[in-house]
Design a binder for this molecule. Structure first.
Ligand code: CA
Ligand code: CA
Length: 225
């Protein structure tokens, strides 16, 4: 009986270990063709969110780099950029030239960073977390609401609903573990997630369940956290 109990525990821990294997997407080169489209679990009609990903890129300082693009037929609805000067930026509902909220944080690099962005419409509070460390809070777009009905892609910046990609804004590197919640998660939950611990899964995007549509030369591999 004891022996079978041990076997059972071994089986369970093996299952848990296996379930920590996740997809990761490699964007090998600068293109205007390679991207991955994510299907949300619920509509992106959002008054608050937490968006997290693991990201590594060697494009530091060369140009703008798109990290997350959500566009409706009418507008760039929710975009995350690494700007030319290395700052990270969140743009909600913008047209060309309109303002973002910027964070002057350490540069993304070849070593992976766990990045989260939180925003809450009721206060306008926006903040970043890099490897679990929280930035200052900034106030951005208080009272705004993110609209549903668009497309979310990684790897390229959408300038129209169909695409209109610019290679000089593409992402080159690796992105994985992209999750999104329709609320602001507690700091402690984000800290646990950044160190690879299990947390409640994203209810807008759950990286383990969200189907990925691969386009061009983007490569999906498996990794274990
Ligand atoms: Ca563009
Ligand atoms: Ca755009």
């Amino acid at each position: 009986m004891k022996f079978s109990g041990v076997l059972f525990l071994v089986a369970i821990s093996t299952m848990l270990a296996v379930s920590d294997a996740i997809k990761t997407v490699v964007f090998p080169t600068e293109t205007n063709t390679d991207y991955v489209e994510l299907s949300p679990l619920k509509s992106l009609n959002l008054a608050a969110f937490t968006l997290c990903m693991r990201v590594a890129t060697e494009l530091s300082g060369h140009r703008e780099v798109t990290l997350f693009a959500y566009r409706t037929p009418d507008a760039d609805e929710l975009n995350v950029w690494r700007e030319l000067d290395g700052r990270l930026a969140l743009y909600l509902r913008t047209s060309a030239g309109s303002e973002a909220v910027h964070f002057q944080v350490p540069q993304l690099g070849a070593l992976e960073t766990h990045l989260c962005i939180t925003w809450d419409s009721s206060s306008g509070a926006a903040a970043l977390f890099l490897d679990g460390r929280k930035s200052l809070t900034k106030i951005y777009k208080k009272g705004h609401r993110v609209q549903s009905g668009g497309r979310v892609i990684l790897g390229q910046d959408l300038d129209s609903y169909e695409g209109s990609f610019d290679a000089k804004q593409s992402f080159v590197g690796e992105i994985s573990d992209v999750n999104m919640w329709d609320s602001v998660l507690p700091d402690s939950t984000i800290q646990r997630m950044s160190s690879g611990k299990r947390v409640p899964r994203g209810n807008v995007f759950d990286w383990e369940a969200t189907p990925l549509k691969i386009h061009g030369g983007a490569k999906v591999l498996n990794r274990e956290l």
